[in-house]
Ligand binder design. Structure first.
Ligand SMILES: Nc1ncnc2c1ncn2[C@@H]1O[C@H](COP(=O)(O)OP(=O)(O)OP(=O)(O)O)[C@@H](O)[C@H]1O
Length: 229
């Protein structure tokens, strides 16, 4: 389990995380939802120890985050980090050489799933296909937790559907996934838990199935109640 406990962070005088807490379980997809600037990316970076926090604590399977956390968790940013000149195949080889826990089998399954040609250069990929390769590279590292920043942002409906299918497939297995989004739209049915953020604070954290069963509400219904109060 990833436990984010009461974390705060300032950029200059601006408080961007303000006593933020939530939990993300293994085997579940947790979605951080908030408008631009609410602190979603900063939260993911804090979990990866890529940005320091001024208060609070982050635990991964009960241990405070440290360099060894990278064996448990990986971060998929919202833009592809491979050199434009590389082909998909070269990117996969780079990852294989760099990560001891690279899963070549899963990488080739994802490549066929997305029906992409491994000889295509990164610079030639459309935005949607670049997002798929980004996902492929991140998901092919064998770790228990995967953090993804806006995996559905700005890509067409069919690519979104394909990416959503990956979330529903064995390729995610029983890993814990945290994704961020500012528009829940058609990914609502994929997520197990929603965490609504505003100004670096959690306004509400809930299990999507429970709220559907117990109160008959969708994630969007709850977002309306909470954000438009
Ligand atoms: N390096 C930085 N220096 C100064 N301010 C920053 C820095 N990074 C983020 N911020 C500010 O922190 C706040 C939270 O940013 P963050 O990127 O976490 O929000 P977000 O919810 O992910 O937004 P988006 O949906 O636009 O990605 C914003 O007001 C942003 O301007």
């Amino acid at each position: 389990m990833i436990e984010v406990k009461n974390i705060s962070k300032k950029f200059g005088r601006k408080k961007v995380l303000d006593g933020l807490s939530f939990q993300a379980n293994k085997g579940e997809i947790t979605c951080l939802i908030g408008i631009n600037g609410s602190g979603k990316t900063t939260t993911l970076k804090a979990i990866m120890a890529l940005t320091p926090i001024s208060e609070g604590q982050i635990l991964i399977d009960e241990s405070p985050i440290s360099k060894s956390s990278y064996e448990k968790v990986t971060f998929i940013p919202d833009t592809i980090t491979m050199l434009p000149n590389m082909t998909i195949k070269e990117s996969m080889m780079f990852m294989r050489d760099f990560y001891t826990n690279w899963n070549a089998d899963r990488a080739s399954q994802l490549l066929s799933f997305f029906k992409l040609d491994e000889n295509t250069r990164i610079s030639e990929l459309s935005k949607g296909n670049a997002a798929k390769i980004n996902l492929l590279l991140g998901l092919s590292i064998d770790v228990d937790y995967v953090l993804m920043d806006e995996p559905f942002s700005g890509i067409d409906m069919f690519s979104r559907e394909q990416i959503a299918d990956v979330f529903n497939s064995h390729l995610i297995e029983d890993r814990g996934v945290i994704i961020t989004t500012h528009e829940i739209g058609d990914i609502e049915h994929l997520i197990d838990k929603a965490v609504l953020l505003e100004n670096g604070k959690v306004l509400k954290e809930f299990n999507t199935e429970e709220i559907r069963m117990q109160e008959g509400k969708s994630v969007v219904d709850v977002m309306r109640e909470v954000f438009l109060r």
